[in-house]
Design a binder for this molecule. Structure first.
Ligand code: ZN
Length: 448
């Protein structure tokens, strides 16, 4: 059902999104970046008039997060948390058509870093939350609004510590966060992906040892860099078996592919060939959704042109699938490196297992029904994202978490994904309207 206030709420969402973009909470991964304090205080001021119970948390100076809690009428009813991060990734301004931090409204689109990741959601969530409280709505369960810092660098100054230390304030059974609701138009109809799982992260540093010597006499020496080059080559050539789980089958079915390719995509023997028929962007994503991936991305070693290096380090970005453990990562490396494995020291840089939420629950059915208010014919598909989000901290606590949102039919899915961390990030007003309406429709159904 469309809310009569929806125009007002849409305008409020536009204005709040513009203000959040202009706050430039750019997180470059260093502790002295982000400055989310600006947006945490802005959001606190936005919610002040409701009198809702809220508090700012600053686990690291300047990296402030806001938690607001609107109590429900039934203490035994499950609580819902709406979580939006306030930080954004850096920009390369020369690649942009308009000011990346101007928050300008141009031809029905709000421009700026964060417009799709994820200030669009952070702003619409705040506007919906404020609306519920100020209109006197009470729901059975509590509703928590969590504007969190440092998502873009792994949550070490945000959701990570706060889920641990402030669980009393955050406590919830259900979480909605980034991202989903991006329509994909295929010959078989419209598919709508909603995030139900994310890959794990198993970053490793490999140290390859050798023996130092004079660069003028390389014959027969044990050069760590030469060995490291072979390690990198073997990792890049490694082809682990695909994992063809239910999420993968649902994804393939929703892609609207010709029958022969769709059939090959769910056959471990033929998947590799099938991927080569897809457009490169789609193939890259499909490969990552069905395989553990290994990307050697940083190398360091050597001291001087005339010294044979005795130590080289290689950092590998490894992304794991649901069910894989830390030991599985080691097994993969052993298989990839073969006899070289014993010449390499393996160190864990960061690790988080893949997380997933089940779909046989009220949050999922409310989400599906609410998407269908706007897209009655859509096939809503639970999907796996290849990157990490703060949802994992809540899933580890036993909460059910989905990545949602709702975009207008104007948005082309391929082009849309290039806006994530890319140039010319922007969002159309219709998508903001659909998203704020989505939050309204979900809470109307959640405790029914
Ligand atoms: Zn994000």
């Amino acid at each position: 059902m469309s809310d009569p206030n929806i125009d007002v709420l849409t305008n409020e969402s536009v204005e709040l999104l513009q203000a959040l973009i202009r706050n430039q909470c750019v997180n470059d991964g260093s502790i002295d970046s982000g400055f989310e304090d600006r947006s945490a205080r802005l959001l606190r001021d936005e919610l002040e008039s409701t009198g809702v119970d809220m508090q700012l948390y600053e686990p690291t100076p300047g990296r402030t997060s806001l938690i607001a809690r609107w109590p429900g009428t039934d203490p035994s009813a499950p609580a819902l948390c709406l979580m939006g991060h306030t930080d954004v990734v850096p920009v390369s301004p020369e690649g942009w058509t308009h000011d990346p931090f101007g928050g300008e409204l141009i031809d029905g689109e709000v421009w700026g870093r964060g417009a799709v990741d994820m200030l669009n959601l952070t702003s619409t969530m705040a506007v919906a939350f404020r609306h519920w409280i100020s209109s006197g709505r009470r729901f059975p369960g509590d509703i928590v609004y969590f504007a969190v810092a440092d998502e873009e660098a792994g949550g070490r100054h945000g959701a990570g510590p706060l889920v641990d230390t402030e669980w009393d304030a955050l406590q919830c059974e259900w979480v909605l966060t980034e991202f989903g609701g991006i329509p994909m138009h295929t010959d078989a109809g419209t598919s709508m992906f909603v995030t139900a799982a994310e890959k794990g992260l198993g970053w490793r540093r490999l140290t390859v040892k050798g023996s130092p010597g004079h660069g003028s006499m390389p014959y027969g020496t044990d050069n760590a860099l030469v060995k490291a080059a072979e390690v990198v080559r073997r990792i890049s050539q490694y082809r682990p078996a695909p994992q063809l789980n239910e999420l993968w089958a649902a994804r393939v079915a929703a892609m609207g592919l010709p029958d022969d390719i769709a059939g090959a995509m769910i056959d471990a023997e033929r998947l590799g060939d099938a991927l080569s028929f897809l457009p490169p962007d789609l193939a890259r994503n499909a490969h990552a959704c069905s395989h553990t991936t290994f990307s050697p991305n940083v190398v360091a070693g050597g001291v001087k042109t005339n010294v044979i290096p005795d130590s080289v380090t290689i950092e590998v970005d490894i992304r794991t699938l649901p069910g894989e453990t830390s030991e599985d990562v080691n097994q993969h490396l052993r298989a990839a490196l073969g006899d070289l494995f014993d010449h390499v020291e393996v160190e864990i840089l960061q690790e988080h297992l893949s997380t997933a939420s089940p779909t046989d629950n009220r949050l999922w059915s409310s989400l599906v029904d609410s998407v269908k208010v706007a897209y009655p014919e859509a096939n809503v598909v639970p999907s796996l994202v290849t990157g990490g989000t703060d949802a994992r901290f809540f899933r580890d606590r036993g909460a059910i978490a989905f990545g949602a949102g709702l975009l207008s039919p104007k948005v082309d899915i391929g082009e849309f994904f290039t806006r994530f961390h890319g140039h010319d990030e922007r969002i159309d007003i219709d998508s903001l309207r659909l998203t704020v309406e989505l939050w309204m429709n979900i809470v109307d159904r959640l405790w029914d």
